[in-house]
Write a protein that binds this ligand. Structure first.
Ligand SMILES: NC(=O)c1ccc[n+]([C@@H]2O[C@H](COP(=O)([O-])OP(=O)(O)OC[C@H]3O[C@@H](n4cnc5c(N)ncnc54)[C@H](OP(=O)(O)O)[C@@H]3O)[C@@H](O)[C@H]2O)c1
Length: 239
């Protein structure tokens, strides 16, 4: 049976590279690409649907556009924010903390993905399925030695908790669903651009390389991995 996949955040560097990676996979029949802007043209195996993950009604409408009885073998959430062109930039110090920035970063990195879970979990296949969320190593509390980046770090820590919660609750109704967070490595993108100069060239991945590695991780997941966070190379990241 060929697979059906949803990519949410398909306009991003990693989201779009992940789509391209899946298009090369003969086992995949249909890819539903969800994005806020840059809606591409549909083709035989790619369907584009508009979504704003900060707006619950938009998520509901996006789901309504799916053909009846659509079931996903893989749902990949590639949305996220670290900075933007307005006023969001990772806090270097306590004095940089502001309620508006906290709200925006948590809205995109935590609340949006949580709502995606609410509406997309019922659409998971009853056989083996994976619901993967792009998280970040900086969301690990035990790995935090540098401090700073208050909103981004904490929003990813909270996302990891939500992923764990999904894994616990859904096990009761769908034993074959696997929920994971994925750390893509440091990947060249709009999100990483301001920080790429601090990264050794060999540690700055292309979105294509990161996507290929994450797909390998996804394909090797077992039921007992549900609720965990994994790096692009398969290493488990401790909470
Ligand atoms: N790049 C890295 O080094 C790195 C490292 C660790 C973790 N990550 C994580 O990987 C994920 C993807 O990052 P990226 O590097 O691919 O960044 P990116 O190119 O900036 O992509 C971010 C994506 O999020 C989407 N998005 C933001 N707000 C949205 C909203 N309200 N509704 C729908 N879509 C929304 C953007 O859509 P628009 O095109 O509409 O803006 C874009 O598709 C993020 O969760 C990030 O935290 C990245």
């Amino acid at each position: 049976m060929k697979k059906t996949v949803a990519i949410i955040g398909s306009s991003g560097a990693i989201g779009s590279a992940f789509c391209k990676c899946l298009l090369l996979d003969q086992s995949i029949e249909k890819i539903y690409k969800f994005a806020r802007n840059n809606i591409d043209k549909d083709s035989d195996n790619e369907i584009n649907i508009s979504i704003d993950i900060e707006d619950e009604d938009s998520i509901k409408k996006a789901i309504e556009e799916l053909p009846e009885n659509t079931r996903f073998d893989l749902i990949f959430v590639a949305t996220g924010i670290l900075h933007n062109d307005d006023n969001i930039f990772p806090e270097k110090s306590i004095k940089d903390i502001s309620i508006d920035k906290l709200k925006k970063v948590f809205m995109v990195n935590t609340f949006g993905p949580t709502l995606l879970g609410k509406y997309f979990i019922p659409l998971l296949n009853r056989e083996k399925s994976v619901f993967a969320f792009l998280s970040a190593r900086v969301g690990s509390i035990s790995d935090n030695v540098l401090g700073g980046w208050y909103s981004y770090r904490a929003s990813k820590t909270a996302l990891n908790q939500i992923i764990k919660n999904f894994s616990i609750e859904v096990k009761r109704s769908n034993q074959n669903a696997i929920f994971v967070g994925l750390q893509p490595g440091t990947v060249k993108s709009y999100l990483s651009k301001p920080f790429e100069k601090n990264v050794k060239p060999e540690n700055l991945f292309t979105p294509e390389y990161s996507s290929e590695k994450m797909l390998e991780v996804i394909n090797s997941l077992k039921i007992e991995d549900s609720g965990k966070i994994f790096s692009w190379d398969g290493e488990e990241i401790q909470p």
